[in-house]
Design a protein around this ligand. Sequence first.
Ligand code: NAD
Length: 426
Amino acid sequence: MSDPLTPVLTKRWLSPNSWRLSTYEQLEGYTALRKALRGTPEQLVQLVKDSGLRGRGGAGFPAGVKWSFMPPNEDKPHYLVINADEGEPGTCKDIPLMMADPHSLIEGCIIAAYAMRSHHCFIYVRGEALHPYRRLNAAVREAYRAGYLGRDILGSGFDLDITVHAGAGAYICGEETALLDSLEGRRGQPRLKPPFPAAAGLYAAPTTVNNVETIASVPFIVNGGADWFRKMGREKSPGPKIYSISGHVEKPGQYEAPLGTTLRELLELCGGMKDGIPLKFWTPGGSSTPMFTAEHLDIPLDFEGAAEAGSMLGTTAVQVFNETVSVPWAVMKWTKFYEHESCGKCTPCREGTYWLAQILERMVEGRGTAEDIDTLLDVCDNILGRSFCALGDGAVSPITSGIKYFRDEFLALCESNKRELVGAQA
Ligand code: NAD
């Protein structure tokens, strides 16, 4: 493992006016673009494949493989769409990246668009994220003025326009096909897959949807090479990653470290548990990823490590909870979020998240029974793998993992209710 304190993606974040083009150019900015434009699109796709870069939005699909799905001809327009609709609870990496270093994303977009023969790129920013939206727009204007965007970029003959688009603040619009519907001006709801976007995406044309952090990694790969990138992280999950750490730690924030870093190591970086109160549970990658406990401190946080231990890497949103937090209460809060954000398209998710929230709320209020635990698991079983998109699967993760590790806590809530009921009858 490389030194976790050697930053790559975040290396410019603390420079004065890091978001300005002049700062970016002083710190190697747009050198990767010049290099990329000297090669062919095929060479770039191969480079990204060789680097092993995997999608940083949560699912970890190999980025170069996804790029290779785009047709080589240009019978139809090709689109590159950047998913900047960061909305997973606890996730805060793309928004700081766009605030601190918007040109790394823009440079990545130009290189990726060139590799996929796309002449129009859309950056879909989460609706509530007004500041990154403004900052990106300002950076895009700077890039146009400097000749990095528009016609005949740097004399290469390649043309590209970037449109920064603000969503309206719906979690479902982070699902790539709902995002495409929203971008087309319709209500954001997921589409059936296949066809995947590369076959029929935006305006039914070949489209690649990539996450902000994925694309911002590309200029570094072009400059450093695939082997350099592979030296960081783990064999099947190479490269650096921004972990967003929140909750009961001394210094919450964004910490860059190679994939495969453990929570024990991350806690060292962020000053340890707040006030020394012991860890109780945590999520490796947002609330959609099954929770871990204090027994999982040494699990390598990469795609394989998290999965082998029964969870998922997700967005590397590490939410840390100490012993003062009630698991059923936290689970209830997350479930109410999913109930609110369910788009309503499919029955298991629409109805299931409603009933899960109802049951959990009454448990937390002391009106539950022990049978409610089995009912919760039964409803989860009827959502998992049966909903239209990943929102339903994500919604059950906190509940099933919470009950798996802390069943006694759920039972205790019901037992106290039983005692009160018996007391009232006596
Ligand atoms: P997915 O595995 O279905 O797809 C991942 C990507 O790979 C997509 O772009 C998809 O088009 C592509 N893909 C997968 N199989 C393909 C194939 N056979 N051919 C062509 N392309 C293919 O996952 P998903 O539903 O897109 O995303 C789920 C993840 O999103 C979860 O793991 C969760 O962690 C994450 N998530 C992130 C946020 C956030 O704020 N970043 C919010 C919610 C969920």
